[in-house]
Design a protein around this ligand. Structure first.
Ligand code: TYM
Length: 335
């Protein structure tokens, strides 16, 4: 069996990028009999970006409800909250002690924060926490604690998966045994990076997201109307390949529908009309999920029970794994 594992940081409401980049492929994978799936809410990662407790709690509920609405079956999938697994921070420390500082210096998120500081004339590390710096090690612990083979993610996470491999390999090498499976990223090429309203990667940090459920279908439609377009008039041919609208459409449509939409753009459909087509395409996927989402949101106790059950299943694997590592590291209590 292939173990497939992925997580989402609990800092905001799920958006179309999370859905097509991670949730949809992960739920599909979990239906296969040869897959053993582990999906979780990365709430320790959320602490790196947010100190707003209410927002983190709300986001956890929304993300959990989204997974369930998207078809995750908690009887098949080990579905849990990162902060319910104390073995993860424990493993984070073991990995920290083999992580090279130079590797962490090269992490994209840290480097971007440094670059922003330098551009504004600040000290390189001004305002950067050690938490942000250690982000990739915590993520490696998420993955290595469960010996995941495949990690379905969007393209923005590839470097983190490579670092998890690197850390696993280093640990195996130093301690002379195959303690960890080395994970691989699983990327859907078509939707590896879903663009947002402004054409850049759809991301909470760019404030350019299209929420999956928040605000209902009215907000979905209004947000889609805000996708940037060029100034070509109705009747003028539009270039599908430079339009975020087309890229988003393609992530939700069959090949035949995509070809028809491409032709409509080339034939000069008005942007307003094209947005309506996009809205209808997305809404027909989202509508049935939204109903289930709302039912789960109305029953947080049910979600809590599912996550607690998931944590038990996850710990049944992580606890002996970490115990073996403790022994190997010389932390065994004297008997
Ligand atoms: P996060 O919460 O930023 O995003 C969750 C998932 O959504 C994908 N994604 C996208 N995919 C395509 N296009 C986009 N515009 C887009 N925006 C987001 C992300 O690639 C990701 O797969 N560090 C991770 C969470 C994490 C994790 C893990 C993931 C913690 N531990 C272990 C996998 C394995 C993160 O912040 O993702």
């Amino acid at each position: 069996q292939t173990r497939v594992l992925t997580g989402i940081t609990t800092t905001g409401t799920p958006h179309l990028g999370n859905y097509v980049g991670a949730i949809r492929p992960a739920v599909e994978a979990s239906r296969r009999d040869d897959v053993d799936a582990f999906y979780f809410m990365a709430d320790y990662h959320a602490l790196i970006k947010s100190d707003d407790a209410a927002r983190i709690e709300r986001s956890r509920l929304e993300i959990a409800a989204t997974w369930l609405a998207a078809g995750l079956d908690p009887a098949r999938v080990t579905f849990y909250r990162q902060s319910d697994i104390p073995e993860i921070p424990e493993l984070t420390w073991f990995l920290t002690c083999v992580a090279s500082k130079g590797m962490l210096n090269r992490a994209h998120a840290y480097k971007a924060a440094v670059d922003r500081n330098l551009e504004t004339g600040e000290d390189a590390d001004a305002g950067i926490t050690a938490g942000l710096y250690m982000y990739p090690v915590l993520m490696a612990a998420d993955i290595l604690a469960f010996d995941a083979h495949k990690v379905p993610v969007g393209r923005d996470q590839i470097q983190h998966i490579e670092m998890a491999r690197d850390l696993g390999q280093r640990f195996n090498h130093i301690h002379g045994r195959e303690f960890f499976v080395l994970p691989e990223a699983l990327i859907e090429e078509q939707v590896a990076t879903l663009p947002g309203l402004d054409g850049r990667k759809m991301s909470k940090s760019y404030d350019n997201t299209i929420p999956l459920f928040e605000g209902g279908k009215k907000q979905l439609r209004e947000t889609i109307l805000r996708i940037v377009t060029d100034s070509r008039l109705p009747g003028e041919a539009k270039d599908p390949d430079s339009s975020p609208l087309f890229t988003i459409f393609r992530a939700f449509a069959s090949e035949i529908e995509t070809a028809a939409f491409r032709q409509a753009l080339l034939d000069g459909i008005a942007w307003g009309e094209a947005k309506q087509v996009l809205y209808e395409r997305i809404e027909s996927d989202v509508a049935p999920m939204r109903e289930r989402y709302e039912a789960f949101m109305a029953d947080p106790a049910a979600i809590e029970a599912i996550l607690r059950q998931g944590a038990r299943k996850a710990r049944a694997i992580a606890t002996p794994k970490i115990a073996a590592l403790r022994d190997a590291l010389g932390l065994r209590p004297a008997t």
